[in-house]
Design a protein around this ligand. Structure first.
Ligand SMILES: NC(=O)c1ccc[n+]([C@@H]2O[C@H](COP(=O)([O-])OP(=O)(O)OC[C@H]3O[C@@H](n4cnc5c(N)ncnc54)[C@H](O)[C@@H]3O)[C@@H](O)[C@H]2O)c1
Length: 317
């Protein structure tokens, strides 16, 4: 594939996925600028010093527009997280929807390509597996609803105003620099509890499944969405194509944590009430991304979780 140097603007680039994406783009000869208000991101310390970071909110339209003028492509990842949608849904809707509307509007005006990073959450619980891109959108949380609506605004700009865009729907991503604060997801939550000799907490039965995908694979899919000409106007699942139960993940982490840290403990899982709007089953069908983007996940769960735990434990070998 021939590929010219491009300038990429990554919104939310100080976040978990955004920081990995920014570094990856840099390694792939893009010039990279990040636009992030630094409200949540866990990936700031992951960023290469060669990457320019502009602090600003996507709601500051004129500031965003002046930076966007320098870009050939905007990778839009700025987001308020799922768990925030339980305690501050208005903020989630404001940033994930109105914010995306502004980004799409400015990209349209400047004739800049937009790779919109949506989420598998838009599907809700799988009606059947594996889930193709034409699976109905049945969001079960305000966050998922906000991500579904954001896609529709981007699609609206494409159809009515000629925005050049591609939509990517990553499935649950995990890896180094994942947030472990109030809004942490299952994997860092399990780790945090274990490292304090506490039982990992499972919400519901733990039989819910997710298609956990290492962040490097997620970023490969997102980058390919820009590099593939006939991806324009299309939507792609980016996942591993496999499902794993949450309870299995907790057990794997317990086992690997003991191996890697040389600690032995007898900790039982703790089961608590289900989380509101929890998706029960997810497995991506990635055949469309394979065929059009040439996307191929490389890191299986075993390897990916070992990498994450080694990073957490400061093991460099
Ligand atoms: N993490 C996952 O498992 C996952 C799965 C599917 C889809 N996604 C999508 O990937 C994208 C990135 O997710 P993440 O997990 O890296 O999230 P994250 O919370 O780690 O990063 C989001 C970034 O957006 C920034 N941000 C928030 N509000 C902003 C604003 N108003 N203006 C500018 N920046 C703002 C935050 O400071 C943060 O750095 C999101 O669009 C999310 O929906 C994530």
């Amino acid at each position: 594939m021939t590929f010219m140097i491009r300038t990429a603007l990554v919104t939310g680039g100080a976040g978990f996925i955004g920081s990995h994406l920014a570094n990856k783009l840099l390694q792939n000869k893009y010039q990279v600028i990040i636009f992030d208000d630094l409200s949540n991101g866990s990936g700031r310390s992951n960023l290469s010093k060669k990457i320019k970071l502009v602090k600003g909110s996507i709601l500051e339209a004129s500031k965003f527009e002046s930076i966007c003028k320098k870009a050939d492509v905007v990778f839009h990842l700025a987001v308020k997280p799922l768990t925030m949608s339980f305690d501050n849904p208005e903020e989630v809707v404001k940033i994930n929807d109105y914010g995306t509307y502004l980004v799409a509007k400015i990209c349209t005006k400047l004739k800049c390509k937009m790779v919109h990073v949506s989420s598998s959450e838009v599907y809700g619980t799988a009606l059947s597996v594996s889930m193709k891109e034409n699976h109905p959108l049945l969001p079960t949380t305000i966050y998922a609803g906000s991500k579904a609506a954001s896609e529709l605004y981007v699609r609206g700009f494409e159809k009515s105003e000629g925005l050049k865009m591609t939509i990517v729907r990553p499935f649950n991503s995990y890896g180094e620099y994942m947030r472990d604060d109030t809004y942490a997801a299952a994997i860092p939550n399990f780790y945090n509890r274990l490292s304090r000799n506490l039982s990992p907490i499972i919400h519901g039965t733990g039989k819910q499944t997710r298609d956990f995908t290492h962040v490097e694979d997620t970023c490969e899919g997102i980058m390919l969405a820009d590099q593939t000409k006939n991806a324009l106007g299309d939507t792609f699942n980016v996942g591993q194509g496999k499902e794993i139960q949450i309870v299995e993940i907790a057990k794997i982490i317990m086992k690997k944590y003991q191996e890697l840290s040389n600690k032995k403990f007898k900790i039982k899982l703790r089961f608590e009430k289900p989380r509101k709007g929890d998706v029960m089953r997810h497995r991506a069908n990635i055949s469309h991304a394979r065929r059009i983007l040439g996307y191929k996940p490389k890191i299986d769960f075993n390897e990916g979780i070992t990498r994450y735990l080694k990073w957490k434990l400061g093991i460099t070998s």
